[in-house]
Structure formats: C-alpha cells, structure tokens
Write a protein that binds this ligand. Sequence first.
Ligand code: NAP
Length: 245
Amino acid sequence: MTGIALVTGAGQGIGRAVALAFARTGMRVAAVDLKANDAGHDGITAYAADVASPAQVDEVVGEVESSLGPITVLANVAGILRAGPVVEMSDLDWQDVFAVNAGGVFHASRAVARRMVARRAGVIVTVSSNAAGVPRAGLAAYAASKAAATAFTKSLGLELAPYGIRCNVVAPGSTDTPMQRALWTEAGPDPVIAGDLATYRTGIPLGRIAEPEDVADAVLFLASDRARHITMHDLYVDGGATLRA
Ligand code: NAP
C-alpha cells in the first residue's frame, strides 16, 4: 500500500501491530502515543500526543502532514480500560475512559477528516471492542465508551461517503496485549477462553486468545482498496465470543 498512515496508541499492543502491518506494506507510518516510542522499524516515525486533548491532536496531525505528507489512513487504536462495578466507579474513571475511548476517536477523526474531505480521499478505521455490543459485568464504562466510538465512526462514514472517504470499525475480543494481561488471574488466559456462566460471560468458541496481528490484519483489509466498497461496517475479530462473528 502507498501513502501515510497515522496510528494512535501505536506504542504497544494492537496499535503497534497495526503500525508494523502498515509499514510492511510500504506505507509510511506516524506512530502516535502518549510517549514517542521508537518502533524500531523502517518507515515508522514516532510522535507524542494525548488523544484526549483536541489541541495536541490538531497539532500532531499538522506536524505529521508537514513532515511526512497527506494522511491517507487514520487508525484509531488508543484506548484505556478501567474495570470495576458501577457502584464503586469514580467520576474520574468514567470521565477518563470517555475522554480517551470516545473523545480520542472524535478528536483524531475530526482533525484528519477535515484534511481528507478537502482532498476527497482517505480511510478511517476505529478499533472499538466486542464489549460495545454485549453487556459485561465490571466493564460498563468501557463498554459504553466503545459503543460511543462505534456509533460515532458509523455516522462519520455516512457523512463522509459523498467524498469517497470510508469509515469502518474493527471490534476485537480478548487479544494478547498488556491491557488484556492486566485482567488475567494467575491462571492465565484459560478462564477467559473457557468463559464463566456465573458472570454470564461466554468463552471463545475458536478456543484461543487473539494475537494483536489478527486484529491488525482486519484493520489492514478495511484500510485497503480491497475493501473499497465497504463502509460503516463493524467487523468482529473475537473468535466467535459474541456468537455473532
Ligand atoms: P494497550 O496494550 O493498553 O495499548 C494501548 C496503547 O494506547 C498504549 O501504548 C497506551 O500508551 C496508548 N494510549 C492510552 N491512552 C492514550 C492517550 N490518551 N493518547 C495516546 N495514546 C494512548 O491496549 P491494547 O490491548 O493494545 O488495545 C488497543 C485498542 O484495542 C484499545 O482501544 C482497546 O480498548 C481495544 N481492545 C483491546 C482488547 C484486548 O483484549 N486487548 C479487546 C477489545 C478491544 P501508554 O502505554 O503510555 O498508556
């Protein structure tokens, strides 16, 4: 693939796998994260920005375009998770989760879309979560913020379709990253794969946790011309965990 991809949350986990996947196709990649992490791969340049800050996002998007060129693909991957029962959740946790997971997608998409609309070209892919569509105990704020990101991206897809700009969602299930490992007990991934009827949590029918590359492949496909007639789609990459993939 040619052009410039801006990937948020590219410092580790799924975002890093997405940045590497784009770079391997020959694209130049702007890897945006809270800290400018050196990705150690040709074609990837690291930038620091907090996606929760509209000013920082506008600034980094301008910086990327002046140093690398016009952004052809935006991948919204940055996200945070604060788990816990609603009755114990603080205002700050709720606000932080929405500021990054919903606000971050809005800030980056708006900044990049303004430029893409003028050029009548571009693709946006948002990495949401399968939790956006399935009730999960202890994940209410996270699930709500991801549902917001999904709905936002689909509506944006409708607004930008007349300009030939496609907007799609990838909804991962449990994926082996630092965010996922923070949820594991000492038993490791097995309880996640098996599920737990007591908490109404389905397991993973395909019997494995995803690798970040499994999610990156879906992002790459939706960003590519092979998906040129696909927009406003929500692609689940969860091994069947939501019984709908
Ligand atoms: P991760 O391992 O926690 O990595 C997330 C990356 O995003 C980190 O490098 C983090 O930087 C960065 N980040 C966090 N807040 C940011 C901000 N405000 N501005 C810029 N960068 C920020 O998470 P992951 O598992 O790779 O998740 C990637 C995406 O997939 C997230 O949106 C997540 O919700 C979604 N997802 C993950 C899973 C899963 O099982 N892993 C399942 C479904 C959906 P720092 O490390 O410096 O904080």
